[in-house]
Design a protein. Structure first.
Length: 66
């Protein structure tokens, strides 16, 4: 049996939702080993003058606890 822990990170990027997810995973990997999955719960676009200026995601990252 494995014990899995889930943390939640909100990340954003000026490039894309994919870049925001990668930023979340990169940040989590600084202190967490053994990341297994990244579940994207929510997407949000921040607008200025009818133009998307930031892509924001709510990411749930799971990893095995040793």
């Amino acid at each position: 049996m494995a014990v899995v822990k889930v943390i939640e990170i909100i990340a954003e990027s000026t490039e894309s939702w994919e870049a925001a997810v990668q930023d979340a995973v990169t940040e989590a990997a600084k202190t967490v080993d053994g990341i297994q999955t990244a579940y994207i719960q929510d997407f949000q676009a921040i607008l200025e003058g009818n133009k998307i200026v930031k892509y924001r995601v709510n990411v749930k990252i799971s990893f095995i606890v040793k």
